[in-house]
Design a protein around this ligand. Structure first.
Ligand code: C2G
Length: 445
């Protein structure tokens, strides 16, 4: 008897899950299915699981493919299970290629091709939807997005668009998704669009995606002009047919749990009234990269400004009295180091960023009773300290930040869409509009 084992969360059970179980069963005579517990999913960083363990087990059972169902509770359990159950074949979807090769010493590991397309009609029947996600642009960030999206329940990344088909195709083949160079066809294949194309193309793509009734997660900076962001948010609101059309600016820091905790502590009164915020983010970029060669839309402020503006606007709000910029420029005119100095009615702030000058990269929030310091990479907030006049008194806060952190914004957007949680407060329309207005001021200086 050939024994096969497979594992999964099987949340919002769909045809991808069904086909996986069907083919896993066909590999042998007896199929064991491991269904993850909530605790295990939390530990491995899977976000937004909505169905209970009982429902997920029930859905697996209803397929009729499983001869035995077990629960997966801890990291390392697969290693024990394949030995305990005398498993011959470990099967899992191709989105995990290579990840379970270590089990080859104990059984045969088979990666079954993942189901690219989840049809929208079957999914609409459930209370919560599985959203079909498409990516516009296939550069570095898009390559980081796909592994992150695997850890968000309720989404299936299935399409990529690039006007240059060859480029889209290479990316699509790498990630087992569909390639498009026709925008209308691309929109037809998805519910939610992640815009990861160059900054200057965000506005047109975001607008056309909304016009096609698609929800949008757009990489930062959303746009570079205030009127454009105002128009986009207004448009998303008007296009509020039936459900809600959502537009999120993807500044990952805003959505990560550590940064939320930091804001909570900062605003709790622990450090008194906040009077100064200093946010610094620098990285030395390769001189041949777009960030330092695109003389119109490159430079440190357009690239990193969204991160350093975020804590400032979150703490002092969007109504500043003035902003002044100082820059150090490269020979091609692009800023390689920029300081933006803000005056607010009750405080001041500096936003510093650099691609050609290295600095310490801290976030410092000073108040009338004490200060908060977050060491780099504070934009992936996982640890911060609160200090007081008495230098021996230090409070320490920890929080997880998983891998690239893009899963947080995506899972918040899905929670918002499903009406489970209204997470839009983490980065409001008003804050995104203020950021685009600051970008505009910077470009006009
Ligand atoms: N799957 C698929 N096609 C999709 C979506 C999922 O073939 N479009 C497969 C996955 O590759 C996995 C199974 O369906 O083999 C269950 O998917 P999930 O519920 O998303 O679980 P996952 O996070 O992949 O669990 O221990 C847990 C496992 O390691 C992986």
């Amino acid at each position: 008897m050939v024994k096969v084992i497979t594992y999964g969360t099987f949340d919002l059970f769909h045809e991808g899950h069904y086909r996986l179980l069907q083919r896993a069963k066909a590999l042998g005579d007896y199929l064991i299915v491991g269904v993850t517990t909530e605790g295990f999913d939390k530990n491995r960083g899977k976000l937004g699981v909505v169905d209970s363990l009982v429902t997920r087990i029930e859905n697996v059972k209803n397929t009729g493919f499983a001869d035995e169902i077990i629960v997966e509770e801890y990291v390392g359990q697969k290693f024990s299970d394949v030995q305990r159950y005398n498993v011959d074949i470990f099967a899992i979807g191709s989105d995990w290629v290579g990840k379970f090769d270590y089990l080859n010493d104990y059984c045969k590991v088979v990666y079954l091709e993942r189901t690219k397309n989840i049809s929208s009609t079957t999914l609409r029947k459930t209370k919560y939807h599985v959203y079909r996600v498409g990516i516009i642009g296939n550069g570095r960030i898009a390559n980081r997005f796909i592994p992150e999206a695997k850890f968000v329940s309720g989404v299936n990344v299935q399409s990529v668009y690039n006007p240059h088909f060859e480029s889209a195709k290479l990316f699509a083949d790498k990630w087992d998704i569909n390639a498009y160079d026709n925008l209308d066809k691309f929109y037809d294949s998805v519910d939610l669009v992640y815009i990861a194309s160059p900054h200057n193309t965000h506005y047109e793509y975001a607008k056309s995606a909304l016009e096609h009734g698609k929800h949008v997660l757009c990489e930062k900076p959303l746009v570079l002009h205030k009127s454009q962001s105002e128009e986009l948010f207004k448009y998303a609101e008007q296009k509020n047919w039936g459900g809600r059309l959502i537009l999120f600016e993807g500044i990952k820091t805003a959505y990560c749990p550590g940064f939320q905790k930091l804001l909570g502590v900062a605003r709790s009164g622990k450090i008194g009234n906040i009077r100064n915020v200093e946010a610094c983010f620098t990285k030395l970029e390769n001189k041949n990269n777009r960030e330092l060669t695109d003389t119109k839309y490159g430079g440190s402020f357009l690239e990193l400004g969204s991160y350093v503006l975020l804590p400032i606007l979150k703490i002092f709000g969007t109504e500043f009295d003035s902003v002044d910029f100082s820059t150090i420029n490269a020979d091609n005119g692009l800023d390689i180091f920029t300081k933006a100095f803000f005056k607010f009615p009750n405080g001041m702030a500096t936003a510093t960023c650099g691609l050609g000058v290295k600095s310490e990269g801290k976030l410092l929030i000073s108040g009338t009773e004490g200060y908060i310091v977050v060491e780099p990479p504070w934009w992936k907030t996982n640890y911060f300290e609160v200090h007081y006049e008495d230098s021996t008194r230090v409070e320490k806060y920890n929080e997880v930040f998983l891998d690239d952190g893009l899963r947080y914004e995506l899972s918040d957007l899905v929670a918002c869409l499903n009406g489970i949680d209204d997470t839009g407060f983490k980065l409001t329309d008003k804050e995104s509009i203020a950021m685009s207005s600051i970008m505009e001021k910077f470009l006009a200086r």
